[in-house]
Design a protein around this ligand. Structure first.
Ligand code: LFR
Length: 474
């Protein structure tokens, strides 16, 4: 067999893209045909995603995709997790919120009054993050929840607009906190005890299953053939990224590094031990029923939000140039701070928060921009190294290699310093792991490639050779 074409819509927290994949037993070629910014919008009621804008940009990208490759057999959609739109009679009621909006605090209090985190953990196996969907729903007004008939996570909402089918894809549904860990079902008892309306949660769908054909008017507007449809993929971007990590899961940790650094291992079933709970590790649903045992490390957000703040004060900043000068800074001269301190979560003045953290901990703060950048990179590398080691311990994986995929895999300083601080080799790339994982799951469903996750990862390794960083002694 040769290869076939599929298309991925991949929405990240700062940008989205549409990518055509040509996939076959020895082929994995990805071509970006659309790239667009994802700029959240603050209104008086809070911080929102511009989902209509994103959907419009995705359609424009898909139109280009079908122009370039008319034989595209299917489309898959992935995005960041946890956020959702509420609908009634197929119409959005309200503008979806951004997970960094402060309203989630209310929901945390309400949910934990009902069930404390440790008890929730035995059911959903999810790390505590204040923006998990259950807390967001806990912050919604009861009237609005009663008025809505459907809640759809972001990729499911895009899938609904494309096909008219309302379903909840499993990997992403696992991030709501309302799915039984390891079990592919909504936790009806939990939903009831939180006082949430069970009826708003649609039937689950697994990666690889067909969601449906494009609505005729959508197909016509895209210039797509009448048979083109949407296939469910690991619609949680991190689930798709993990599919395309060219690793041997029995001896590797992975870091999917973009806005967040998702650091963990792949295991066969959820790990709900006291150790996992105490270390705040999550058990998210993976493709093919695997479990993603990982922890959210704050990630490149800290650096990009720092750079955005500086740019607001003056001129645009070239990140590679900044990182070059950061490489010249003596690592021992900058503080390693706790990137996971909750103060770094909301948008805002990151250098001021780093200064405050340093003052509270009696260490000298960075002074120059390259020093801030170096301090952030060193702090991320330390958190990555510690969390990879912890993941191995908790998951029973003898970690010999750390893979870094996503945008962070291009950050040479970060990759090298992670290797140094972990004392383990880092294999960096592919940068577009999320899109590749999305394409691969569709291509397998279409019969263009066969086999297990292991064989899909082998295809990634053969077609996208990672860059190796060997640990150096300080
Ligand atoms: C990464 C990611 C993380 C999730 C966070 C918020 O893009 O999907 O896995 O915890 O965004 O949705």
């Amino acid at each position: 067999s040769g290869s076939g074409a599929v298309a991925a819509v991949d929405l990240g927290a700062t940008s989205g893209r549409v990518i055509i994949g040509h996939v076959g037993p020895d082929t994995l070629e990805a071509t970006t045909v659309g790239r667009f910014a994802n700029d959240p919008v603050a209104t008086p009621d809070g911080l929102h995603w511009n989902l209509l804008g994103l959907y419009g940009a995705a359609l424009t990208g898909l139109r280009e995709a079908f122009r370039v490759a008319p034989a595209i057999a299917s489309i898959g959609v992935d995005s960041w997790a946890v956020d959702y739109g509420l609908l009634r009679d197929g119409r959005l009621v309200g503008t979806p919120f951004h997970y960094r909006d402060a309203r989630t605090e209310r929901g945390v209090t309400a949910v934990h009054e009902c069930l404390p985190h440790a008890e929730l953990y035995t059911r959903n196996g999810l790390q505590f993050l204040p923006f998990n969907t259950l807390y967001q729903l806990g912050a919604e007004s009861a009237d609005l929840l009663a008025f809505a008939d459907t809640a759809l996570l972001v990729p499911d909402l895009i899938g609904f607009w494309l096909t008219g089918q309302a379903r909840a894809e499993l990997t992403n549904a696992s991030t709501t906190g309302l799915v039984r860990g390891g079990d592919a079902t909504w936790d009806d008892e939990l939903i009831a005890s939180l006082g949430l309306p069970r009826g708003i949660f649609p039937a689950l769908i697994a990666p690889g299953e067909g969601l449906g054909a494009l609505l005729p008017e959508v197909a016509a507007s895209l210039g797509a053939g009448a048979s083109a449809g949407v296939t469910a993929v690991g619609s949680h971007d991190t689930a798709s990224a993990v599919v395309a990590v060219p690793m041997h899961a029995e001896s590797a940790a992975y870091i999917s590094c973009g806005t967040w650094g998702l650091v963990g291992v792949e295991v066969e079933r959820p790990v709900l031990t006291g150790e996992a709970l105490a270390a705040n590790f999550t058990n998210e649903g993976g493709v093919d029923g695997r479990t993603r045992l990982l922890r959210n490390v704050m990630g490149l957000w800290v650096l990009s939000e720092t750079v955005r703040g500086w740019e607001r004060q003056g001129h645009p900043i070239d990140l590679p140039t900044l990182l070059d000068s950061a490489s010249e800074v003596d690592a021992a001269s900058v503080p390693v701070f706790d990137v996971d301190d909750p103060r770094f979560m909301p948008p805002g003045d990151m250098p001021a928060r780093i200064d405050a953290w340093c003052a509270e901990h009696g260490v000298a703060a960075p002074r120059t921009r390259p020093e801030y950048a170096r301090s952030i990179v060193e702090s991320l590398a330390q958190a990555f190294a510690d969390t990879a080691r912890q993941a191995g311990g908790i998951g029973g994986v003898d970690v010999k290699t750390i893979h870094i995929v996503g945008g962070g895999s291009l950050n040479r300083l970060l990759c090298q310093r992670t290797a140094d601080r972990a004392g383990l080799p880092v294999l960096a790339g592919p940068v577009e792991a999320t899109a590749l994982g999305n394409l691969l799951v569709q291509a397998r469903a279409a019969g263009f490639v066969g086999g297990s996750l292991e064989s899909l990862r082998d295809l990634v390794a053969r077609t996208h050779r990672p860059t190796r960083y060997t640990p150096r002694a300080d």
